[in-house]
Design a protein around this ligand. Sequence first.
Ligand code: 4H7
Length: 242
Amino acid sequence: MRFDILTLFPELFPPFYNESILGRAVKKGLVDIRLTNIRSFAHGRHNVTDDRPYGGGDGMVMKPGPIFRALNSIERLNEKTPVILLTPQGRTFDQSIAWELSEREQLILVCGRYEGVDERIRTGCIDMELSIGDYVLSGGELGAMVLLDAISRLVPGVLGGERSNKEDSFEGGLLEYPHYTRPNIFDGEGVPEVLLSGDHEKIRKWRRVESLKRTLERRPDLLKKVRLTDEDKVFLKEIKRD
Ligand code: 4H7
């Protein structure tokens, strides 16, 4: 899968994508990340990429020309390749969007700075607007990194054999059960007996119940969206009764 990222700060990205799971995916050639510096497409002696807003007011707006030319310079591997703008005004990115986007051959991510991009870029060049949550950032770069991470790990082969993403939080639509590792006693606290029992069926049930408990307590909104099995429904009744 190829990511083309348009940004005024390309140097922010390699320290992030050269590490860990994503780093391995890049090395293996499963994920190809290409950075385009919007400034390289600015004109004039000073390579200006921003300008004062028409109508006045504080702050600067990203000029449309450099972004337009940067976008035109990018090779399109597929006629369906979406151009995505990271903006607080976009649809909130979540795991189901991550799954959908992971099926694409290529994604083009546009990172805005200053007060954002000229409206004609949004209307003329952008296919999809995504937000990573309801807060303000000084640029779209962190959002692009969030997409890179969340989407790459869904690409077949990226997670290797180490774990299945189906078991992850939100994958089953529920929060994860609690995890424990050695030592057996830490800071005076033990480990739930069932996890030491070796009884895999009992462990599976315990984990499912803990997932359901946590989700009910912390994110009841998720329970409304998820498909529950008959066993889940029995567990939930017991949890609610207790
Ligand atoms: C594009 C358009 C994304 C990029 C506007 C980007 C939060 C998110 C930005 C803006 C972002 C997110 C303009 C929004 C200046 C904030 C004060 C860069 N912030 N800006 N405003 N939640 N900022 O995904």
